[in-house]
Ligand binder design. Sequence first.
Ligand code: GLY
Length: 369
Amino acid sequence: MKESPLVPAANNVHVSLNERSYEIEIACGRLRSLSNALADLIKGNSAVVVTDTNVGPIYLDHVRQQLSVNATKVETLTVEAGEQSKSVNVCDSLWQQLDELGTDRNTTIVALGGGVVGDLAGFIAATYARGLDFIQVPTSLLAQVDSSVGGKVGINLPHSKNMVGAFWQPKRVVIDPEVLDTLDESNYIAGMAEVVKYGLIMDAELFEFIEQNVARILARDHDILGRLIAWCCRCKAAIVKEDERESSGARATLNYGHTYGHAIESVFGYGEFLHGQAISIGMVCAARLGKQLGMVDQSFCDRQRALFQSLGLPVRCPETRHDELIAAMQRDKKVVSGQLKLILPKGIGTVAFLRAPADSEIFKSLIND
Ligand code: GLY
């Protein structure tokens, strides 16, 4: 990757969190001039890049070279690509390696990869030496529009996704929509489920914009992608500003479709469904439950489903193991004082909470139309 003298001005989004505030820089080609984007943060520090076996071979050399412009030393830690790397064992190995590298408080961790790398590297940054600075350079659509923003970092336990973690905000997020060119088709499409989710939970205009631009989205048009990513990051920044630690309820709305989705991922295995695919099905089920309870009508369900289908996202719940799905939903982190709390739609752009839905209603919502 060559440095471009013509990198366009960044489309920044500010995440306003008092002393933990930071910028999300979004611009096509930004990775090519990463040294400029990070100069103020890296200067005089050493950097440790955490990446994985998929992303490292494509971008690591360039990112190391860019960081070397300002950093005193640049090291790399590479983990196996895939959800299984968000584990206690991998964390343990990374902590030991940081120790062997002589990592100190003047080290900045740079997460180069998708959601797994961002969550894992962020958790390492949050915990090693009681906290190191970290920077997110997300390379998947899901990470660019959701997981790299807002400071949720963590790892999985064998039966509970994201159960061990922290809120640890990055110092900056640098997003280059061009890196999505190298993302495989299913991960790209799966990331679109999170993009549509923002429209559904809080922004009808965004939902309509997606409906009107499906062809350009499928063609990975950089201009549309830059606009969509910035739009989603503005939505997420507003939510995180209001409810950084998911205590008032605003942030929990981001989990629309996720309780169903996490259950599908955990019952059918994390390799079977990508996260975005599982939450696409999850949002379809949540809308069906909303309809059962009179919160939305059939036309809402049809419109939501049509958009997912036009993007190539799955909309049908697996037709077996419904009891296990319900049990997994009841184990979800969103169970408070023994009561499951679901986010259900009230219309395009608005959602509401439903406490303690009956298992029989959940069961019905799993049955495909
Ligand atoms: N991905 C959900 C959140 O950041 O709260």
